[in-house]
Write a protein that binds this ligand. Structure first.
Ligand code: S3P
Length: 433
């Protein structure tokens, strides 16, 4: 349990930990590359450790320095070994879905599972296209959820129109496509994060992209890379949001990944009136990075919908918090995916913000939030986080701007993506004992 009280302003410069999506991919693709992949800036969080453990169980030699450096001795495309235990993905949907695609191309049987949250999350979205490619993948309990049992089979390329803009689905198919006969084309309803495409391309895969489509042909070898993981914009987002809504704030977050398929949060907060300045924009290992300076701003409501949604999907709980403290109405649409994240984030955001005194209505695909600026603002309460790291962090930010004390019941769940979150929050805001 952690108690958070009102902050007098966030100050200073911080660096957030490495990008979770890129860290996962560096291990998965490094494991099937031919030779040594060196990673710096790796996210030492529970989800990425789950990925490391799964690939170690398949015989990959992974040296992890316990900080942010990882050395992966790639086994080559056909060098993974049959695991002698169930592959446990913990809380990580990214590991479960992307690794399952990779496993359909192996010549051994495997079982993939995870924690209680993972075992409730939909896997049909990957099973359908993977089966279409010829994969033998079944849900052990027949409920289209993990555990998944994957047996060897011969794969062939497909042309797939995905019903969801999901990088996990896209990447799962891309992994299987590396082992399939013929080319595979995936088209998404809107472009989701493209880290897999960028890394595969850097490793020499035959992959091309065109707007919302990606085409890949199988190859014989992936070349290892030195990968520098940028700071995770999804982690930086909490400090950006906090600095905007807490009076007298002015902070800099250094070395943040601003890949356009991830940076919707910057555009949306700017459209809401946020004072956000990007400096030192540069490319690092194929990904754009910048330092982000944020000052307290008077925010107003906007509509957030359509193609921008996949570029800020994990930030929507935080945006809802900021919207509750903005002038006027914010409408969030086309975000039904929030219901199938680590928790049902539409329900939890609505219940927790309502408990803090906000005017919010849940919709099937988002929220309508009437900002409470100039009226009563928000007040502290006990937050139900359901062990969801993004709910815990979003409502910690809400607590910095609320009257009274906000209690986060399971602060330890932030270790999934940002183990030092409360240290950094304390350093910048001076609020937690
Ligand atoms: C991720 C993709 C997104 C995101 C998740 C990480 C990834 O999920 O919500 O936190 O690394 O590919 P979906 O693919 O389900 O949208």
């Amino acid at each position: 349990m952690i108690e958070i009280s009102k902050s007098n302003g966030l100050r200073g410069r911080i660096k957030v930990p490495g990008d979770k999506s890129i860290s996962h991919r560096s291990v998965m693709l490094g494991a099937i590359a031919s030779g040594v992949t060196r990673v710096s800036g790796f996210l030492n969080g529970a989800d990425c450790i789950s990925t490391i453990n799964c690939f170690r169980a398949m015989g990959v030699d992974i040296e992890f320095d316990g900080g942010t450096g990882v050395k992966i001795h790639g086994a080559g495309l056909h060098g993974l070994k049959a695991p002698d235990k169930v592959l446990d993905c913990g809380n990580s949907g990214t590991t479960t879905r992307i690794m399952s695609g990779l496993l359909t191309g192996q010549d051994f049987k495997s079982t993939v599972t995870g924690d209680a949250s993972i075992r409730k999350r939909p896997m049909k979205r990957i099973m359908t296209p993977l089966k279409e490619m010829g994969a033998d993948i079944i849900s052990a309990d027949g409920n289209d959820c993990a555990p998944l049992i994957i047996s060897p089979s011969k794969l062939h390329g497909i042309e797939y129109r995905s019903p969801v803009a999901s990088a996990q689905v896209k990447s799962s198919i891309l992994m299987a496509a590396l082992y399939a006969e013929g080319q595979t084309v995936i088209t998404e309803p809107a472009l989701s994060r493209d880290h897999t495409e960028l890394m595969l391309s850097a490793m020499g895969a035959d992959i091309t992209t065109n707007k919302t489509s990606v085409t890949i042909k199988p190859g014989n070898v992936l070349y290892p890379q030195d990968i520098t993981v940028p700071g995770d914009i999804s982690s930086a987002a909490y400090f950006i949001g906090a600095a905007l809504i807490v009076p007298d704030s002015d902070i800099v977050i250094e070395n943040v990944g601003i890949n356009p398929t991830r940076a919707g949060i910057i555009k949306v907060f700017r459209d809401m009136g946020g004072d956000i300045e990007l400096t030192g924009e540069r490319k690092s290992a194929g990904e754009m990075v910048a330092d982000v300076r944020v000052k307290t701003s008077k925010l107003h409501g906007i509509e957030i919908s359509g193609d921008i949604i996949p570029t800020l999907i994990d930030e929507l709980p935080l945006i809802a918090v900021a919207a509750a403290l903005s002038e006027g109405t914010t409408t969030i649409k086309d975000a039904a995916e929030l219901k199938v994240k680590e928790s049902d984030r539409i329900r939890l955001v609505t219940e927790n913000l309502t408990a803090m005194g906000a005017d919010i209505e849940a919709r099937d695909d988002g929220f309508i939030i009437n900002g409470r600026v100039g009226t009563s603002g928000l007040h502290g309460t006990v937050i139900e986080d359901s062990l969801d790291h993004r709910i815990a962090m979003s409502f910690s930010v809400a607590g910095l701007a609320a009257e009274g004390v906000t209690v986060i019941s399971h602060p330890e769940c932030v270790s999934i993506s940002y183990p030092e979150f409360y240290r950094d929050l304390r350093l910048t805001s001076g609020i937690i004992p």
